[in-house]
Design a protein around this ligand. Sequence first.
Ligand code: ATP
Ligand code: MG
Length: 435
Amino acid sequence: MASIEMKNIVKQYGDGYPAVNDVSLDIADGEFMILVGPSGCGKSTLLRMIVGLEDITSGDMVIGGKRVNDLAPRERNLSMVFQNYALYPHMTVYENIAFPLRLSKTPDDEVRRRVTEASDVLELKEHLERKPANLSGGQRQRVAMGRAIVRQAEAFLFDEPLSNLDAKLRGQMRTEIARLQRRLGITTVYVTHDQTEAMTLGDRVCVLRKGSIQQVASPRELYEQPVNLFVAGFIGSPPMNFLPATLEGDRLQTPFGPVVLDERRAAAVRGRGELLLVGIRPEYFEDATLVDEAKRPLGSVFRARVDVTEWLGDSQYAYIPYEAPEAVTTQLRALSRELDSEELRTQAIVSIDATSRIREGREAEFWLDSRKVHVFDPQTGENLTRDAEAGARLTQMATEDRVEQVQDAQASGQTVSGATTGGGQGSGAHRAGAV
Ligand SMILES: Nc1ncnc2c1ncn2[C@@H]1O[C@H](COP(=O)(O)OP(=O)(O)OP(=O)(O)O)[C@@H](O)[C@H]1O
Ligand SMILES: [Mg+2]
């Protein structure tokens, strides 16, 4: 197990186009790092440079304190994990797991010892004599991971391993991967374009856009303190609403009436242009009749006509159309194209309590929690109201949780030998061994 450090990594393909553009990223020992972003942003390219399948144009790739730019994939001792295609159908589960050891001519009793140990952890003991075709998707995934474990790989690398599964299986597999990664405490880099996978699996998530890092943070920090419009729009489902706004004193004038900003936010926004974009997540809204008196003054209340409602059992969405100037709609259209999302129409998606009687076609009163809104510069996309300290605290908490979980796993002896050496000592450890 090892840390992975990337320093100013650039990848230019033959045509000179920088698919990865000056990426610097430190991944700690035992950390679960997600690379996420829309199609073509360079996720696979970056992963392939880590594993050694792609040459690095410039920059340093350092694994376990050692510069590996010029090492072949075999010499890096990393393991790419795939869903199906990497298993040999004619071999038993036992032989599939043992495969890399056979290649390196490991003695039989050592093979038996390591395969037994891995199959214990992976709960595959009863299936060792079966063929992959007779296994469930989840079991096959575990066999693929078993192969990585017996090799005592320094890290696991996944490239969209769940993308061709149906939604239910994808959910199960996601849980499985998360559980195993924690138990094994192996450094993991996982590529996806699915923001749900990114949010549920990662200790930290690296959001990429056109080959450049936008933000690296815990899922909660990305959600609550995004650096820009791109990250704010990418993370969260249904997505954040972006409404046009102008600042008058400490009030934002929005299509839904005035929103009062606290002093910190008002100061951050003042003088930053005529037209602003206010970012409001669906759950910052509520049916005003369901908000208790004590909470009401903490937000603003407005009346609006509801276009459509969607009742989902545990929650309910209401769609509220609004008017926006051309400058704003042009900007939002460009953003949604870039995010591969559906067209962002000029309507707000509002999440309200499942018991709300608000119905489509009617006018209703809504409450908006103004303490949580963010304000963006529509030209640069910068989040003007981001609280960097609050964000850093969230990511620090996630790091502490990870270190604790890895230690727990090690204490209970569930990790596999070779995968545990040097266990998660936290953020200091991965700085060791500069080039
Ligand atoms: N072999 C190649 N030669 C030239 N350009 C390439 C090559 N492979 C990838 N690219 C380009 O590099 C950029 C990044 O590609 P990459 O495959 O890393 O994206 P990705 O983020 O993994 O996208 P996806 O989500 O679609 O898998 C794209 O613009 C792509 O067209
Ligand atoms: Mg890809």
